[in-house]
Design a protein around this ligand. Structure first.
Ligand code: NAD
Ligand code: UDP
Length: 311
Protein backbone atom coordinates (compact mmCIF):
# COMPACT_ATOMS: atom_id res chain seq x y z
CA UNK A 1 0.00 0.00 0.00
CA UNK A 2 1.46 3.37 -1.08
CA UNK A 3 0.85 6.54 0.91
CA UNK A 4 0.02 9.36 -1.53
CA UNK A 5 -0.44 13.11 -1.03
CA UNK A 6 -2.79 14.92 -3.45
CA UNK A 7 -2.63 18.72 -3.24
CA UNK A 8 -5.75 20.41 -4.62
CA UNK A 9 -7.46 17.13 -3.80
CA UNK A 10 -10.88 18.69 -3.13
CA UNK A 11 -11.06 20.18 -6.63
CA UNK A 12 -12.57 18.77 -9.81
CA UNK A 13 -9.65 16.60 -10.96
CA UNK A 14 -8.11 16.17 -7.49
CA UNK A 15 -11.25 14.64 -5.97
CA UNK A 16 -11.58 12.10 -8.80
CA UNK A 17 -7.87 11.32 -8.44
CA UNK A 18 -8.18 10.74 -4.67
CA UNK A 19 -11.08 8.36 -5.36
CA UNK A 20 -9.15 6.45 -8.05
CA UNK A 21 -6.03 6.11 -5.89
CA UNK A 22 -8.10 4.85 -2.92
CA UNK A 23 -9.91 2.35 -5.17
CA UNK A 24 -6.53 1.11 -6.38
CA UNK A 25 -5.63 0.24 -2.75
CA UNK A 26 -3.56 3.24 -1.71
CA UNK A 27 -3.66 5.42 1.38
CA UNK A 28 -4.51 9.00 0.34
CA UNK A 29 -3.97 12.32 2.06
CA UNK A 30 -5.95 15.14 0.44
CA UNK A 31 -4.70 18.67 1.05
CA UNK A 32 -6.70 21.73 0.00
CA UNK A 33 -7.45 25.31 1.02
CA UNK A 34 -10.93 25.14 -0.59
CA UNK A 35 -10.35 28.18 -2.79
CA UNK A 36 -12.04 26.58 -5.82
CA UNK A 37 -12.50 23.09 -4.41
CA UNK A 38 -15.15 21.95 -1.99
CA UNK A 39 -15.45 19.49 0.87
CA UNK A 40 -18.57 18.12 -0.82
CA UNK A 41 -16.34 16.72 -3.60
CA UNK A 42 -14.65 14.35 -1.15
CA UNK A 43 -17.19 13.99 1.67
CA UNK A 44 -18.13 10.52 0.39
CA UNK A 45 -14.52 9.40 0.95
CA UNK A 46 -14.38 10.41 4.62
CA UNK A 47 -15.71 7.05 5.84
CA UNK A 48 -12.69 5.33 4.30
CA UNK A 49 -10.06 4.81 7.04
CA UNK A 50 -7.31 5.16 4.42
CA UNK A 51 -8.44 8.67 3.46
CA UNK A 52 -7.40 11.84 5.30
CA UNK A 53 -8.51 15.42 4.55
CA UNK A 54 -6.38 18.39 5.59
CA UNK A 55 -7.07 22.11 5.18
CA UNK A 56 -3.78 23.68 4.18
CA UNK A 57 -2.47 26.30 1.76
CA UNK A 58 0.47 25.06 -0.38
CA UNK A 59 2.12 28.48 -0.23
CA UNK A 60 3.02 27.46 3.35
CA UNK A 61 5.44 24.60 4.08
CA UNK A 62 3.90 21.25 4.92
CA UNK A 63 5.52 18.12 6.37
CA UNK A 64 4.34 14.55 6.02
CA UNK A 65 5.81 11.12 5.14
CA UNK A 66 4.47 9.86 1.82
CA UNK A 67 5.71 7.82 -1.15
CA UNK A 68 4.22 9.99 -3.90
CA UNK A 69 2.93 13.55 -4.31
CA UNK A 70 0.48 14.71 -6.98
CA UNK A 71 0.71 18.53 -7.00
CA UNK A 72 -2.62 19.80 -8.36
CA UNK A 73 -3.23 22.79 -6.07
CA UNK A 74 -3.96 25.84 -8.25
CA UNK A 75 -7.14 27.45 -9.54
CA UNK A 76 -7.59 26.38 -13.17
CA UNK A 77 -10.41 28.52 -14.52
CA UNK A 78 -9.40 31.91 -16.01
CA UNK A 79 -12.13 33.61 -13.93
CA UNK A 80 -10.74 32.17 -10.70
CA UNK A 81 -7.03 32.44 -11.41
CA UNK A 82 -7.44 36.09 -12.45
CA UNK A 83 -9.45 36.92 -9.28
CA UNK A 84 -6.24 37.26 -7.23
CA UNK A 85 -3.36 37.01 -9.72
CA UNK A 86 -0.60 37.50 -7.14
CA UNK A 87 -1.97 34.61 -5.12
CA UNK A 88 -2.13 32.49 -8.28
CA UNK A 89 1.58 33.05 -8.97
CA UNK A 90 2.39 32.29 -5.33
CA UNK A 91 0.34 29.11 -5.40
CA UNK A 92 2.19 27.80 -8.46
CA UNK A 93 5.67 28.95 -7.49
CA UNK A 94 5.73 28.72 -3.67
CA UNK A 95 3.53 25.63 -3.87
CA UNK A 96 6.11 24.00 -6.15
CA UNK A 97 9.00 25.08 -3.89
CA UNK A 98 7.27 23.69 -0.80
CA UNK A 99 6.22 20.41 -2.38
CA UNK A 100 9.59 19.87 -4.10
CA UNK A 101 11.37 20.60 -0.81
CA UNK A 102 9.18 18.03 0.87
CA UNK A 103 9.77 15.48 -1.92
CA UNK A 104 13.52 16.03 -1.64
CA UNK A 105 13.53 15.58 2.13
CA UNK A 106 11.38 12.42 2.21
CA UNK A 107 12.61 11.05 -1.17
CA UNK A 108 9.09 10.95 -2.61
CA UNK A 109 8.24 10.87 -6.29
CA UNK A 110 6.38 14.07 -7.31
CA UNK A 111 4.10 14.90 -10.24
CA UNK A 112 3.30 18.44 -11.35
CA UNK A 113 -0.07 19.23 -12.93
CA UNK A 114 1.19 21.58 -15.62
CA UNK A 115 -0.90 22.85 -18.48
CA UNK A 116 -1.23 23.48 -22.20
CA UNK A 117 -1.20 27.16 -21.15
CA UNK A 118 2.61 26.93 -21.09
CA UNK A 119 2.26 27.11 -24.90
CA UNK A 120 0.27 30.38 -24.58
CA UNK A 121 -1.37 31.40 -27.87
CA UNK A 122 0.54 28.79 -29.88
CA UNK A 123 2.07 29.43 -33.27
CA UNK A 124 2.83 25.73 -33.78
CA UNK A 125 -0.13 23.43 -34.35
CA UNK A 126 -0.71 20.85 -32.93
CA UNK A 127 1.50 21.51 -29.92
CA UNK A 128 4.42 19.19 -29.25
CA UNK A 129 6.38 19.14 -25.98
CA UNK A 130 9.43 20.58 -27.75
CA UNK A 131 7.56 23.82 -28.56
CA UNK A 132 8.61 26.65 -26.19
CA UNK A 133 5.35 28.52 -26.41
CA UNK A 134 4.11 32.04 -27.07
CA UNK A 135 3.13 33.60 -23.74
CA UNK A 136 2.52 37.27 -22.90
CA UNK A 137 4.44 37.65 -19.61
CA UNK A 138 2.42 40.70 -18.51
CA UNK A 139 -1.05 39.80 -19.81
CA UNK A 140 -4.23 38.78 -17.96
CA UNK A 141 -3.37 35.08 -18.21
CA UNK A 142 0.28 35.48 -17.22
CA UNK A 143 -0.28 34.80 -13.49
CA UNK A 144 -1.33 31.29 -14.44
CA UNK A 145 0.80 30.66 -17.54
CA UNK A 146 4.05 32.05 -16.15
CA UNK A 147 3.37 30.56 -12.70
CA UNK A 148 3.04 27.12 -14.29
CA UNK A 149 6.12 27.71 -16.49
CA UNK A 150 8.18 28.70 -13.43
CA UNK A 151 6.90 25.61 -11.62
CA UNK A 152 8.14 23.44 -14.52
CA UNK A 153 11.54 25.16 -14.24
CA UNK A 154 11.65 24.44 -10.51
CA UNK A 155 10.72 20.80 -11.08
CA UNK A 156 13.41 20.29 -13.72
CA UNK A 157 16.07 21.95 -11.57
CA UNK A 158 15.20 20.02 -8.39
CA UNK A 159 15.60 16.93 -10.56
CA UNK A 160 18.96 17.97 -12.03
CA UNK A 161 20.43 19.50 -8.88
CA UNK A 162 18.94 17.30 -6.15
CA UNK A 163 17.94 14.10 -7.98
CA UNK A 164 14.30 14.53 -7.03
CA UNK A 165 12.18 12.05 -8.99
CA UNK A 166 9.82 14.28 -10.99
CA UNK A 167 7.01 13.92 -13.53
CA UNK A 168 5.48 16.80 -15.47
CA UNK A 169 2.12 16.37 -17.18
CA UNK A 170 0.83 19.11 -19.50
CA UNK A 171 -2.93 18.86 -19.20
CA UNK A 172 -5.15 20.08 -22.06
CA UNK A 173 -8.74 21.26 -21.39
CA UNK A 174 -10.36 18.56 -19.28
CA UNK A 175 -14.00 18.41 -18.25
CA UNK A 176 -16.49 16.18 -16.50
CA UNK A 177 -18.71 15.70 -13.47
CA UNK A 178 -17.80 17.75 -10.37
CA UNK A 179 -16.76 20.84 -12.29
CA UNK A 180 -18.12 23.72 -10.26
CA UNK A 181 -21.29 25.20 -11.84
CA UNK A 182 -19.83 28.71 -11.38
CA UNK A 183 -16.37 27.65 -12.43
CA UNK A 184 -16.45 29.89 -15.51
CA UNK A 185 -14.83 27.40 -17.88
CA UNK A 186 -16.50 26.87 -21.21
CA UNK A 187 -17.94 23.35 -20.81
CA UNK A 188 -19.56 24.02 -17.42
CA UNK A 189 -20.76 27.50 -18.48
CA UNK A 190 -22.45 26.21 -21.64
CA UNK A 191 -24.10 23.22 -19.94
CA UNK A 192 -25.41 25.29 -17.02
CA UNK A 193 -26.69 28.00 -19.38
CA UNK A 194 -28.38 25.39 -21.61
CA UNK A 195 -30.05 23.61 -18.69
CA UNK A 196 -31.33 26.91 -17.29
CA UNK A 197 -32.56 28.06 -20.70
CA UNK A 198 -30.26 31.09 -20.55
CA UNK A 199 -28.27 32.55 -23.42
CA UNK A 200 -25.11 30.62 -24.34
CA UNK A 201 -22.22 33.09 -24.08
CA UNK A 202 -19.75 32.55 -26.92
CA UNK A 203 -16.75 34.84 -26.50
CA UNK A 204 -15.52 36.40 -29.75
CA UNK A 205 -16.77 34.82 -32.98
CA UNK A 206 -16.44 31.30 -31.56
CA UNK A 207 -13.88 30.25 -34.18
CA UNK A 208 -11.18 29.68 -31.54
CA UNK A 209 -10.54 25.99 -30.93
CA UNK A 210 -9.99 23.70 -27.95
CA UNK A 211 -9.56 19.92 -27.67
CA UNK A 212 -11.60 18.51 -24.79
CA UNK A 213 -10.52 15.50 -22.73
CA UNK A 214 -12.86 13.57 -20.40
CA UNK A 215 -11.56 13.46 -16.83
CA UNK A 216 -11.28 9.65 -16.60
CA UNK A 217 -9.01 9.52 -19.66
CA UNK A 218 -6.88 12.29 -18.21
CA UNK A 219 -6.49 10.46 -14.90
CA UNK A 220 -5.46 7.26 -16.71
CA UNK A 221 -2.64 9.23 -18.35
CA UNK A 222 -1.67 10.96 -15.12
CA UNK A 223 -1.40 7.74 -13.11
CA UNK A 224 0.47 6.00 -15.94
CA UNK A 225 2.96 8.86 -15.95
CA UNK A 226 3.50 8.62 -12.18
CA UNK A 227 4.20 4.88 -12.63
CA UNK A 228 6.86 5.31 -15.34
CA UNK A 229 10.53 4.61 -14.56
CA UNK A 230 12.65 7.32 -12.90
CA UNK A 231 14.43 8.12 -16.18
CA UNK A 232 11.22 9.51 -17.73
CA UNK A 233 10.33 12.91 -16.29
CA UNK A 234 8.20 14.43 -19.05
CA UNK A 235 6.92 16.99 -19.77
CA UNK A 236 4.28 15.02 -21.58
CA UNK A 237 1.06 16.29 -23.18
CA UNK A 238 -2.09 14.53 -22.04
CA UNK A 239 -5.32 15.54 -23.73
CA UNK A 240 -7.76 14.54 -26.42
CA UNK A 241 -6.43 15.56 -29.86
CA UNK A 242 -9.91 15.90 -31.36
CA UNK A 243 -10.26 19.66 -31.92
CA UNK A 244 -13.50 21.68 -31.99
CA UNK A 245 -14.39 25.34 -32.39
CA UNK A 246 -16.15 26.93 -29.42
CA UNK A 247 -19.18 27.50 -31.66
CA UNK A 248 -19.31 23.77 -32.45
CA UNK A 249 -19.18 23.05 -28.71
CA UNK A 250 -22.09 25.46 -28.09
CA UNK A 251 -24.17 23.79 -30.81
CA UNK A 252 -23.42 20.31 -29.42
CA UNK A 253 -24.42 21.31 -25.90
CA UNK A 254 -27.70 22.82 -27.15
CA UNK A 255 -28.50 19.66 -29.12
CA UNK A 256 -27.55 17.21 -26.36
CA UNK A 257 -29.50 19.08 -23.67
CA UNK A 258 -32.49 19.70 -25.96
CA UNK A 259 -32.31 23.32 -24.84
CA UNK A 260 -34.06 26.30 -26.41
CA UNK A 261 -31.18 28.60 -25.45
CA UNK A 262 -29.86 31.06 -28.02
CA UNK A 263 -26.19 31.68 -28.75
CA UNK A 264 -25.07 35.24 -28.02
CA UNK A 265 -21.66 36.86 -28.52
CA UNK A 266 -19.57 38.45 -25.77
CA UNK A 267 -16.17 40.14 -26.14
CA UNK A 268 -13.19 37.83 -26.48
CA UNK A 269 -10.97 38.07 -23.35
CA UNK A 270 -7.45 39.36 -24.01
CA UNK A 271 -4.77 36.83 -24.96
CA UNK A 272 -7.40 34.12 -25.45
CA UNK A 273 -5.54 31.39 -27.42
CA UNK A 274 -6.91 31.02 -30.94
CA UNK A 275 -6.15 27.32 -31.28
CA UNK A 276 -5.17 24.41 -29.09
CA UNK A 277 -4.61 20.75 -29.90
CA UNK A 278 -2.20 18.36 -28.23
CA UNK A 279 0.23 16.21 -30.17
CA UNK A 280 0.03 13.07 -28.03
CA UNK A 281 2.72 10.99 -29.79
CA UNK A 282 4.92 11.06 -26.68
CA UNK A 283 2.08 9.93 -24.37
CA UNK A 284 1.29 7.13 -26.82
CA UNK A 285 4.87 5.88 -26.96
CA UNK A 286 5.99 6.44 -23.34
CA UNK A 287 2.73 5.83 -21.46
CA UNK A 288 0.93 3.53 -23.93
CA UNK A 289 -1.94 5.99 -23.49
CA UNK A 290 -4.59 7.51 -25.67
CA UNK A 291 -8.05 8.85 -24.81
CA UNK A 292 -11.10 6.59 -25.15
CA UNK A 293 -14.02 8.92 -24.53
CA UNK A 294 -15.01 11.25 -27.33
CA UNK A 295 -16.67 14.60 -26.78
CA UNK A 296 -20.34 13.64 -27.24
CA UNK A 297 -20.10 10.67 -24.87
CA UNK A 298 -18.30 12.75 -22.25
CA UNK A 299 -20.72 15.64 -22.64
CA UNK A 300 -23.73 13.35 -22.12
CA UNK A 301 -22.22 12.08 -18.83
CA UNK A 302 -21.35 15.63 -17.76
CA UNK A 303 -24.82 16.92 -18.64
CA UNK A 304 -26.33 14.09 -16.53
CA UNK A 305 -24.22 15.29 -13.59
CA UNK A 306 -25.23 18.94 -14.01
CA UNK A 307 -28.92 17.97 -14.23
CA UNK A 308 -28.61 16.71 -10.64
CA UNK A 309 -27.25 20.00 -9.29
CA UNK A 310 -28.58 22.78 -11.54
CA UNK A 311 -31.98 24.21 -10.66
P1 NAD B 1 -9.97 23.07 -9.57
O1 NAD B 1 -10.00 24.54 -9.42
O2 NAD B 1 -11.25 22.33 -9.46
O3 NAD B 1 -8.95 22.43 -8.52
C1 NAD B 1 -7.87 23.10 -7.96
C2 NAD B 1 -7.83 22.79 -6.47
O4 NAD B 1 -6.68 23.42 -5.89
C3 NAD B 1 -9.07 23.32 -5.72
O5 NAD B 1 -9.58 22.31 -4.88
C4 NAD B 1 -8.52 24.50 -4.94
O6 NAD B 1 -9.25 24.78 -3.76
C5 NAD B 1 -7.09 24.04 -4.66
N1 NAD B 1 -6.18 25.15 -4.37
C6 NAD B 1 -6.04 26.32 -5.04
N2 NAD B 1 -5.09 27.08 -4.48
C7 NAD B 1 -4.61 26.37 -3.42
C8 NAD B 1 -3.63 26.63 -2.43
N3 NAD B 1 -2.93 27.78 -2.42
N4 NAD B 1 -3.40 25.69 -1.48
C9 NAD B 1 -4.09 24.53 -1.47
N5 NAD B 1 -5.05 24.23 -2.38
C10 NAD B 1 -5.30 25.14 -3.34
O7 NAD B 1 -9.27 22.77 -10.97
P2 NAD B 1 -8.94 21.40 -11.72
O8 NAD B 1 -9.50 21.50 -13.08
O9 NAD B 1 -9.29 20.23 -10.88
O10 NAD B 1 -7.36 21.51 -11.88
C11 NAD B 1 -6.45 20.77 -11.10
C12 NAD B 1 -5.04 21.03 -11.56
O11 NAD B 1 -4.89 20.64 -12.92
C13 NAD B 1 -4.61 22.50 -11.48
O12 NAD B 1 -3.27 22.58 -11.06
C14 NAD B 1 -4.74 22.97 -12.91
O13 NAD B 1 -3.86 24.04 -13.20
C15 NAD B 1 -4.38 21.71 -13.68
N6 NAD B 1 -4.97 21.76 -15.02
C16 NAD B 1 -6.30 21.52 -15.20
C17 NAD B 1 -6.84 21.60 -16.47
C18 NAD B 1 -8.29 21.32 -16.74
O14 NAD B 1 -8.71 21.51 -17.87
N7 NAD B 1 -9.09 20.86 -15.82
C19 NAD B 1 -6.01 21.94 -17.56
C20 NAD B 1 -4.68 22.20 -17.32
C21 NAD B 1 -4.15 22.09 -16.05
N1 UDP C 1 -15.47 30.68 -23.59
C1 UDP C 1 -16.67 31.10 -24.16
N2 UDP C 1 -17.75 31.28 -23.34
C2 UDP C 1 -17.69 31.03 -22.01
C3 UDP C 1 -16.48 30.58 -21.44
C4 UDP C 1 -15.38 30.43 -22.26
O1 UDP C 1 -16.76 31.32 -25.38
O2 UDP C 1 -18.75 31.20 -21.34
C5 UDP C 1 -14.32 30.47 -24.49
C6 UDP C 1 -13.03 31.16 -24.04
O3 UDP C 1 -12.97 32.49 -24.55
C7 UDP C 1 -11.97 30.25 -24.65
C8 UDP C 1 -12.61 28.87 -24.61
O4 UDP C 1 -14.00 29.09 -24.47
O5 UDP C 1 -11.74 30.62 -25.98
C9 UDP C 1 -12.10 28.00 -23.46
O6 UDP C 1 -12.24 28.75 -22.28
P1 UDP C 1 -11.95 28.13 -20.84
O7 UDP C 1 -12.09 29.25 -19.87
O8 UDP C 1 -12.77 26.92 -20.62
O9 UDP C 1 -10.44 27.61 -20.90
P2 UDP C 1 -9.07 28.13 -21.55
O10 UDP C 1 -8.70 27.04 -22.48
O11 UDP C 1 -9.30 29.43 -22.27
O12 UDP C 1 -8.16 28.28 -20.39
Amino acid sequence: MKKILVTGGAGFLGSHLCERLLNEGNEVVCLDNYFTGQKSNVVHLLDNPYFELIRHDVTMPFFIEVDEIYNLACPASPVHYQYNPIKTVKTSVLGAVNMLGLAKRIKAKILQASTSEVYGDPQIHPQTESYWGHVNPIGERACYDEGKRAAETLFVNYHKQNNVRIKIIRIFNTYGPRMHPNDGRVVSNFIVQALQGKDITVYGDGSQTRSFCYYSDLLDGMIRLMNTGDDFTGPVNVGNPHEFTILELAEKVIRLTGSKSQIIRKPLPSDDPTQRQPDISLAKSKLGWEPKIELEEGLIKTIDFFRTIVK
